[in-house]
Design a protein around this ligand. Structure first.
Ligand code: FRU
Length: 545
């Protein structure tokens, strides 16, 4: 199978076959993690009868696939069961809110709940007879009203429920706010929670508090002076997940973001590569907030038909507010480390200007790498360049890994052939700006494959660190056709989907390089071969749980 399917991820979540997109309703419930997701049971392309597929896990790494949870059956979801979320309501009942495409093709919001709460897998779901519980409000077109969030409850014993739904009016993207006393009858609030003109449709919004002084997560309904609120928007126009950080006042239902979302290249994003329609949940036993996101494809529909599958979930990430209060940080869940196998280490090694060396001794097509670079003489060698207002992705696109700079480019060449004819380059460049040093992080896919017809867009973002006093840390997860990179301990994340022609399976190699004018030092490099996560049908493997 490995030979026939060299691009199948081995430790990333994916269905056994067919099309996957958005994560839906992730939760921890009675000792188990649940992941639902948009799935086309009919084939490897997006379909006109989308369903909620369902899997469970003890650790978010090894999974058991269950029966489909929601399929089109009723007038209110006859043409598809689209994205949505889960809220655990008092009585410990998980409630699904999801978008149905009704028999007229109109997007409506529906409610579903477990048929049998004592089934540890919550395999069967029942749709409310009150559906649809929300229909497109005045001014919102019937095909731009979707993706309800996890609901949050206002403080106090009689606090009302709040939920947002993505929508738009005249190209003004918005998070439409609904409120309810009983979770079944919902009334639209006078104002959206937030909106921004000219930004197009907002899909899959997410709204949650983050702690101001701890990396621990908090429950979605927490609102007090110890938190800020994150609003995440999936932009239908440019297929990226953006976020704003602000304060939320439950009394007035007002949300005031500190930064605006305008759809420009300087807006904050979760990930600067392929990562979309993401969703978080609060993992209560481990007091952390977990982020799931869809790493969409870079190959063609013809390729997807040939390989029989499309789409993969990025590694679940812990997400929290950086101590600066200015941005979020993400890091692969610690459970992933259990898959680490064969290990190699390099300590205190000079990476001379112009040098490339191979990291040998691991399976380079299925690996986890952590590396720390140390820089000297920045003052003398960094190129003077005012990056203010410059689009970082454009900067990465202007010069690839082989374009010599002052400090950098240095970094990794993943999924590379021996002669480097194919490689995905993840690297850094340091500039001297008008306001101190600027660190640019790039993930360049342009040489990722000798094949044509793939999306090889190079990605880039700035990394907010002080390179004079901090080392430059990079962690990269490589899993056949997905490369996920975390710069600066998770301050800048870039994921990519790549389809090398030759650098597959045991032919894939991993290199470290420095094409800058000055030497840099690798203070440490740790690389592991990754084992394959277990993925089973329930009959074989309920025992696994
Ligand atoms: C985002 C999205 C959602 C929709 C779902 C359909 O990728 O378009 O807005 O609910 O996918 O699968």
């Amino acid at each position: 199978l490995e030979q026939q399917q060299p691009y199948l991820p081995s430790f990333h979540f994916r269905p056994p076959q067919n099309w996957l997109n958005d994560p839906n309703g992730p939760m921890w419930y009675n000792g188990m993690y649940h992941l639902f997701y948009q799935y086309n049971p009919e084939g490897p392309l997006f379909g006109d009868k989308m369903v909620w597929a369902h899997s469970v896990s003890r650790d978010m790494i090894h999974w058991v696939d269950l029966d489909l949870a929601l399929t089109p059956t009723e007038p209110f979801d006859m043409k598809s069961c689209w994205s949505g979320s889960i809220t655990i309501v008092p009585g410990n009942i998980p409630m699904i809110l999801y978008t149905g495409i009704d028999s007229n093709g109109v997007q409506v919001q529906n409610l579903a709940f477990p048929k049998n709460l004592s089934d540890p897998f919550l395999e069967q779901w029942e749709k409310s007879t009150r559906n649809p519980i929300m229909t497109p409000p005045q001014g919102v077109p019937g095909d731009f009203f979707r993706d309800p969030t996890t609901a949050w409850r206002d403080p106090g014993p009689d606090g009302k429920w709040n939920v947002i739904v993505g929508g738009l009016i005249k190209n003004e993207g918005m998070a439409i706010l609904y409120q309810s006393e009983d979770f079944v009858s919902w009334t639209k609030a006078e104002h959206p929670l937030y909106s921004s003109p000219g930004t197009g449709m907002w899909e899959c919004p997410d709204f949650f508090p983050v702690s101001l002084n701890s990396s621990n997560g908090v429950d979605t309904s927490v609102v007090d002076p110890s938190v800020k609120h994150v609003l995440k928007i999936s932009s239908f126009s440019n297929v990226h997940d953006y976020y704003v950080l602000g304060s939320y006042a439950p009394k007035t239902s007002k949300y005031v973001p500190g930064n605006e979302y305008t759809g420009s290249s300087t807006d904050l994003r979760y990930d600067y590569g392929k990562f979309y329609a993401s969703k978080t949940f609060f993992d209560q036993p481990k007091s952390r907030r977990i982020l799931w996101g869809w790493a969409n494809e870079s190959d063609t529909m013809e390729d997807d038909l040939a390989k029989g599958w499309a789409g993969v979930q990025a590694i679940p990430r812990e997400i929290w507010l950086h101590s600066s209060g200015k941005q979020l940080v993400q890091w692969p869940v610690e459970e992933l480390n259990k898959l680490r196998g064969q290990h190699v280490q390099v300590l205190d090694e000079k990476l001379h200007s112009g040098s490339v060396f191979e990291v040998e001794g691991i399976t380079a097509s299925q690996a986890d790498i952590e590396i720390e670079f140390e820089l000297h003489s920045l003052e003398e060698s960094a190129e003077v360049f005012d990056t203010t207002g410059t689009d970082p992705q454009q900067l990465c696109s202007d010069s690839n890994a082989s374009v010599k700079g002052g400090v950098g480019p240095f970094g990794l060449l993943a999924l590379a052939t021996k002669e480097l004819t194919e490689h995905t380059a993840i690297f850094f460049r340091i500039f001297k700006g008008s306001n101190g040093f600027v660190v640019l992080m790039c993930s360049d896919q342009r040489k990722s494959s000798l094949r044509d017809g793939l999306d090889k867009t190079p990605y880039g973002a700035f990394l907010e660190i002080d390179p004079q006093h901090e080392k430059i840390a990079l962690r990269t997860l490589i899993d056949h056709s997905i490369v996920e990179s975390f710069g600066g301990g998770g301050k800048t994340c870039i994921s990519s989907r790549v389809y090398p022609k030759l650098a597959i399976n045991s032919e894939a190699r991993l290199f470290v390089f420095n094409n800058g004018t000055v030497d840099v030092a690798i203070s440490s490099l740790n690389a592991w071969s990754m084992n394959t996560a277990q993925k089973n049908r329930p009959t074989q493997s309920y025992a696994l749980l």
